[in-house]
Design a protein around this ligand. Sequence first.
Ligand code: C2E
Ligand code: MG
Ligand code: MG
Ligand code: MG
Length: 285
Amino acid sequence: RSKRRGRGQITVYSREIAQEMKQATQLEQALRNAIINDTVDVHFQPIVRLRDNRIVGFEALARWIDPDLGFVSPAVFVPLAEERGFIDTLSEMLLRKAAEATLAWPRDLFLSFNLSSVQLMDLRTSFNTLSILNSVGFDPRRLELEITETAVMSSADTARRIIKELKDAGIRISLDDFGTGQSSLGRLREFTFDKVKIDRAFVSAITTDRTSEHIIKAIVSMCEGLDLEVVAEGIETDAEARKLRELGCGMGQGYYFGKPVDSAATLRYLAENHHDFALVDRASA
Ligand code: C2E
Ligand code: MG
Ligand code: MG
Ligand code: MG
């Protein structure tokens, strides 16, 4: 096809590709600098028990604002760091920051942290993760690691070993974005997850679309049978929260309960929303 359009067309294409590659390299350099300068931040979004809207934990989400490029989504820079081979460095820095911030929270709250699929192909991941927790003084039993279905499928044996080592240390494992990947229900048993996070796509359709309601109902009942906890992601309205509660979904997360905010704002959020936490207590402690 490109042949018939003549040489000029091909030149345009390659120029576009060259431009894209140049931009990716600029982005990579900016991200590498941000890691060196310690300017990639971590924000926290509350996860609540739907029965009484009590906070049970927070998910850590990476945030990066470059002085020149502005806000760059983690959906862009995480895959870039994966491709360019430094996701481990980025992730370890983020876990350290997240764990340090969590030490200031009430002790009954857990930290949920996203592990990259690339990290699940690297046998050093479990040791490195536990070393960070140890050096921060963070109880591994307070940590949940979120992984995706595609991540455990790409190199299953390595992933299984890493997950086992993490679980042996007391870390819990959540299956993130459930329902979007090439779901194999058998994997739920095979990998002994502790928790399933229902993808936002089903949640945002729940009040308008009966199919999504049936799917969520089925996931909830399956998880009950398998003794897995369930979190619904992306809850934005009271109607969605009520519907999910009605369907027996144990936990929820979304803008309706709170957007991701930095560690200082997380402490203020806790002071307002957690029965056992006050900012003054911390100041005088
Ligand atoms: P995820 O792990 O599924 O995280 C949930 C995403 O949904 C977050 O997007 C969050 O801000 C967004 N979200 C939460 N509640 C709502 C809601 O009510 N409505 C809508 N529209 N969105 C909501 P974010 O922060 O842009 O992160 C995107 C993805 O980037 C994450 O999806 C995760 O896969 C990845 N990611 C973020 N931080 C990290 C990290 O530290 N490490 C790794 N490996 N991946 C990360
Ligand atoms: Mg997640
Ligand atoms: Mg998710
Ligand atoms: Mg997602």
